[in-house]
Design a protein around this ligand. Structure first.
Ligand code: DX5
Ligand code: ZN
Length: 228
């Protein structure tokens, strides 16, 4: 359960990239608050997606929409400035990547961008805990990063609950993102555990009516925001 505002973030990886302008219009009309952009380097994850050019294109096409950029790359500190300059509003960097995480988070904030810490399903919260005071958002991967369309890993739910409790206890101002395999059913469980940013790729873009899909996901997540 969370008292933070619910944010729906369609993941552009699930969109039809051959029709990027039409997809951007569809997202803008859908009522989704954010757009999630997955950057993969073929090293940190076994897949390559896109780079700063995609962020720049979406900055132009999406108007004022919040661009939530997820760096699944090694040495994210080397590229953070370029992504911010391209138009990222939030930059999520992985705890497991090769860099000085605390320093990278600080430099993202210094540049006026929201700093997100992303953790893989197998990474324990105790490793992220000392860094939370430097974050605006904690991204809990609910699949192993690298590909869209993978099944949700329910074993991450206790960690989300633990994170929300820690954040409340410490009085941190932090959103919790879930990313991977998010559908109406899994969003209920994530919201119940304390997440409030729902990233969803395949599930949303597979549906012909994106506006309805976003509304359904929102309603499902809200129904999970109950104590217990
Ligand atoms: C996975 C990416 C996700 C992905 C989610 O490595 O970080 O953001 O786009 O896609 P779905 O919702 O299809 O699992
Ligand atoms: Zn992502």
């Amino acid at each position: 359960m969370t008292n933070r505002p619910l944010i729906i973030a369609p993941s552009i990886l699930g969109a039809d990239l051959g029709r990027i302008e039409a997809e951007a219009e569809r997202i803008k009309a859908s009522g989704a608050e954010w757009v999630h952009i997955d950057i993969m380097d073929g090293h940190f994850v076994p897949n390559i997606s896109f780079g700063t050019n995609m962020v720049r294109v979406l900055r132009r096409l999406m108007g004022e929409a919040i661009l939530d950029v997820h760096l699944m790359i090694e040495q994210p500190d080397r590229y953070a400035g370029d992504f911010i300059e391209a138009g990222a509003d939030c930059l999520n960097v992985h705890l497991e990547a090769r860099h000085q995480v605390a320093r990278t988070l600080a430099s993202i904030r210094e540049k006026g961008c929201r700093a997100g810490l992303a953790i893989n399903p197998a990474t324990l919260l105790k490793h992220a805990a000392p860094l939370l005071s430097q974050c605006d958002q904690l991204l809990c991967m609910t699949v192993n990063p690298g590909f869209g369309g993978q099944p949700f890993l329910a074993e991450v739910l206790p960690k989300i609950r633990e994170a929300r409790e820690l954040i409340l206890r410490q009085n941190y101002n932090i959103d919790i993102t879930v990313d991977g395999g998010i559908s109406d059913a899994t969003a209920v469980a994530c919201m119940k555990a304390g997440a409030n940013i729902m990233v969803s790729g395949n599930h949303l873009f597979q549906q012909a009516d994106l506006t309805q899909a976003v509304a359904n996901l929102r309603a499902a997540a809200r129904s999970g925001n109950v104590s217990g």
